[in-house]
Write a protein that binds this ligand. Structure first.
Ligand code: PGA
Length: 263
């Protein structure tokens, strides 16, 4: 593959199941794979499928290394809205992954730039991320790389946009309680993952998805940098695909994948 692979599934269940199968296949092929995880509503069902595959088919996560894209600054990891809490509650707590194999940015670090550098070093010394799961914000962000992020950025502090704080207000009992700052992997960091798996579900993602896939590469739509990735899979439900122009072609390509390329 040398292009974005756009896969349109009938609904969120099918898209999430296919996403889980793609992750499972990586783990089966490389039991010590380095996996990059995302938070938010989008990957919840995908994670449920992974938990189910672990329980029912013995999919073994005991030797993987996990990295997460981002975390709020100044929020205790035990806070229910932290991404630490999210990951243990929705995935890590159910797949027998050893604590020490989990890497989530430390938003409580006294020296944030040092923590960011250390996070980058840990990714490197783990051999790099094999597959990075991504969601997309309504403003086109991936990780918390908001519009105007440098397209070559590394893990660093970012200030959230008002829109993103609003989108996360529910988790904090009001948008005024959402932290202003986060640590996020940069776009350059994400681009070094061997495979990127962007999952987008629902009508609210239709516009940023059309901009990402069929618009220009621009820092104003940070996800559009994925057009330069050698292996980016964009997995969509019908609603998220509804503003794309070339859907007939994407379906045609997917339906005619050679057997050896099928998931
Ligand atoms: P969501 O968030 O999955 O909750 O829509 C995605 C994102 O903001 O990256």
């Amino acid at each position: 593959m040398g292009a974005m692979e756009v896969i349109i599934q009938s609904d969120l269940r099918q898209a999430s199941l296919l996403g889980a199968r793609i992750i499972a296949r990586h783990v089966q092929g490389k039991p010590d794979a380095v996996l990059g995880f995302a938070t938010g509503k989008t990957p919840l069902l995908l994670y449920q499928f992974l938990v189910q595959m672990h329980r029912e088919q013995g999919l073994d996560f005991g030797r993987i290394t996990a990295f997460n894209l981002d975390e709020y600054i100044g929020l205790d990891p035990s806070h229910p809205a932290s991404f630490h809490s999210y990951m243990w509650k929705n995935l890590f707590g159910h797949i027998a992954i050893p604590d020490e194999r989990v890497n989530i940015p430390n938003g409580m670090a006294p020296d944030i730039p040092a923590a960011c550098r250390e996070f980058e070093e840990t990714i490197k010394s783990s051999g790099g991320i094999d597959i990075q799961i991504l969601g997309i914000g309504r403003d086109g962000h991936i990780g918390f790389n908001e519009p105007s992020s440098s397209l070559t950025s590394r893990t660093r502090i970012k200030t959230l946009t008002a829109e993103t704080r609003k989108d996360h207000g529910e988790d904090f009992g009001g948008e005024e309680n959402v932290p202003l700052h986060v640590i996020t992997m940069g776009l350059g960091t994400i681009m070094e993952s061997r495979t990127c798996l962007l999952l987008a579900l629902g009508k609210a993602k239709a516009r940023p998805i059309a901009q990402t896939i069929e618009g220009p590469i621009t820092a104003m739509v940070p996800a559009s940098i994925l057009q330069l990735h050698q292996r980016a899979i964009v997995l969509l439900d019908e609603e998220a695909a509804s503003e794309l122009k070339k859907t007939d072609y994407y379906r045609w390509v997917y339906d005619h994948k050679p057997n050896w390329q099928k998931y």
